[in-house]
Design a protein around this ligand. Sequence first.
Ligand SMILES: Nc1nc2c(c(=O)[nH]1)N[C@H]1C(S)=C(S)[C@@H](COP(=O)(O)OP(=O)(O)OC[C@H]3O[C@@H](n4cnc5c(=O)[nH]c(N)nc54)[C@H](O)[C@@H]3O)O[C@H]1N2
Ligand SMILES: Nc1nc2c(c(=O)[nH]1)N[C@H]1C(S)=C(S)[C@@H](COP(=O)(O)OP(=O)(O)OC[C@H]3O[C@@H](n4cnc5c(=O)[nH]c(N)nc54)[C@H](O)[C@@H]3O)O[C@H]1N2
Ligand code: SF4
Ligand SMILES: [Mo]
Length: 716
Amino acid sequence: MRQLLAATEVNAGYTMDTQCPFCSVQCKMRITKELPIPGSRRFAYSIEGIPNAASEGRLCVKGMNAHQHATSKERLMQPLIKKNGELVPSTWEEAMSLIEERFQEGSRAFGPHSLGVYGGGSLTNESAYLLGKFARVALGTKYIDYNGRFCMSAAASAGNKTFGIDRGLTCRLADIPLARCIIMAGTNIAECQPTLMPYFNKAKENGATIIVIDPRATATAAIADMHLQLKTGTDAALANGMLKVLLEENLIDEAFIAERTNGFAELAAHLAAVELKDIAELTGVEENLIRNAARAYGAAETGIVLTARGVEQQTDGHVAVRNFLNMVIATGKIGKPGCGYGAVTGQGNGQGGREHGQKSDQLPGYRNIEDENDRAYVASVWDIHPDELPRKGVSAYEMMELVHHREIRTLLVMGSNPVVSNPNADLVEEALRNLDFLVVADMFLSETAVMADVVLPVTAYLENDGTLTNLEGRVLLRESTIEPPGETKHDWQILCDIAERLGKKKYFPFVNAEQIFNELRVASKGGLADYYGITYDRLRTSGGIYWPCTSTEEDGNQGMMFEHAFAHSDGKAIFFPVASRTPQETPNEEFPLTMTNGRVLSHYLTGVQTRRSHTLAARNVENYIEIHPKTAKRHHIIDGEWVEVTSRRGSFSVRSRFSDKIREDTLFVPMHWGGIQNVNKATSPELDPNCKMPGFKTSTVSITPLRLKPLAHLMI
Ligand SMILES: Nc1nc2c(c(=O)[nH]1)N[C@H]1C(S)=C(S)[C@@H](COP(=O)(O)OP(=O)(O)OC[C@H]3O[C@@H](n4cnc5c(=O)[nH]c(N)nc54)[C@H](O)[C@@H]3O)O[C@H]1N2
Ligand SMILES: Nc1nc2c(c(=O)[nH]1)N[C@H]1C(S)=C(S)[C@@H](COP(=O)(O)OP(=O)(O)OC[C@H]3O[C@@H](n4cnc5c(=O)[nH]c(N)nc54)[C@H](O)[C@@H]3O)O[C@H]1N2
Ligand code: SF4
Ligand SMILES: [Mo]
């Protein structure tokens, strides 16, 4: 048994091994809280990376400073209840009684489906799994979805369709240095998974050709041999151009296509009509560059293709990824060393969080909530009748629409800040204001928590136990040796407590995270994401185990997938012809520029955590819009001045930042700020029909210096 340090001992300092709470690499680290310097009341923390298979001991600036938010004075230490429009401290008893009363009232008056649950990819596997069970068993609602919908849904659905399974990386990180050509499409690893960069540098030293596809010359593009600086939203077309060259120049693997794939003839017929000059026109990338990139990938002995949100957060994100997968399987560059595909997963538990039932159409182990066998199996594990299991609900943004229509009237948010991270943020804010009852479980008073009727304080990464699955599909255990501060509770504890209040304790008897994991193992057994063979004891000694792992005797699959077969029933991968479409919005006189968005190194998602770290906050204190100096000149904009950016949805205001590293027709805005600086006030809620990913990355906008705007609207 581990001994937890009591709060008084915590105040005396400690050393503990933990994991970074931020991105999908999940770097391991050791934190030491030093005794205060005599005469000072402040503690010093020292952080060092611990060697591990993913980051090999490296940490980036976010990991080095994560403890600053976790130990910040702004942490919520007791529940809050809204009284007369103000959130005021309360006891757990009062907060829980109110939740019990209002959840029951809501369910009685408007039915169980008037209750909704909204989760997140930062939650541990245990909490994410329990959240799915909580929605279906404790509340009896079909309405549950999570922020991963905005993150991994296009790549996940594409992997499922092409390969029959979705695991972010189909190979090991260790394969990257073995690849002779690497395509990085819409992924800015240098800022978003910085501790992985040495893998790419090693590949380069080994002679690899690196191709970056991005409308901006990013820090990642700095290591590229070829940079295809395409127009935003044209990746599917670009991949068609590259496929055309691969076929034309016979750079494909015919034996692999014949033995291991279906549907090649349809793809070839579709590509026959593709003209490279049309693709060059559509994408803004020169014909020669497309040809050279395709040749480099096709001719290389080994190769890896990576995509991330630049390709995926589009209304054709699913098919755009499928077109990159067409390239992977046409060249047979998968299932062997130095080869593979990776959807670079985003959040700390972005991988595990999408496998065990937070998604509206999913049951644990990547099971399908509409499949009768899957329903029967999970119902038996949960000790309920299959008919008691709700059917599938709707995706994250669609849930917000239902909130807006007042079909969902009560909402529990755990591990997300939807009012900032959803597209069309003004509508989402209006929707949340209309709720009868909003409960938010968070460590901080986020923009969403401020709107809540009850805010529940949760433990942070330093204080709770659980497993997280990194971008490779490697399950990692993070354990704490310190006691929760103040009155904070673990997410899973909160779910068990509410369930008990609703008379469902029998289904939520858990007293620690390991017990939940043991139920998850059984619930996932036989599913695509099978965790049955993984135990806490094995994780404690192994440093991580890849799924699928079907028995406790087995080592897991060692990271390399599809060596002999894909996951479809006939063992084959499937080609899919993809249209070369123009972007979802094309510029016109009123909205002449295309705006995309994304991340910077020092902030994380909606910034709720990183803004509470003084070291990180100091690196970027406010939001900005990256604009080419020539474009700025045409729009009378001075470097560093405040501008208003307007789309068909709404407006936000940020400072301009000149950069010649961006296309002249494109603007880029980080996503880490809420309020008036929130880029999502202007992004489009149009969804990809295949996976319900919003088309975040392409909106047409106008841009005006605030200096030139009439001031009348500011006067009352
Ligand atoms: N520092 C930091 N790291 C993070 C995060 C963070 O918030 N901050 N978040 C984590 C999470 S949850 C995620 S999902 C990942 C995201 O990781 P990424 O997907 O790598 O991050 P983004 O910056 O959103 O987008 C990547 C790139 O796509 C480009 N892009 C924009 N439009 C297009 C397009 O149409 N086509 C192509 N090919 N490229 C385009 C952008 O210019 C950008 O450089 O990062 C994770 N890591
Ligand atoms: N325009 C635009 N919008 C985007 C994106 C984009 O690229 N462009 N990217 C999308 C993507 S990929 C993502 S992943 C989403 C993310 O969007 P959000 O889900 O809104 O992201 P976070 O800022 O991580 O919000 C998490 C909240 O949960 C809290 N939290 C952190 N850990 C825990 C925990 O363990 N338990 C609980 N209860 N709370 C916790 C944090 O304090 C924070 O308030 O944003 C999406 N929105
Ligand atoms: S943010 Fe990602 S790369 Fe940086 S330390 Fe944390 S897990 Fe590692
Ligand atoms: Mo994400």
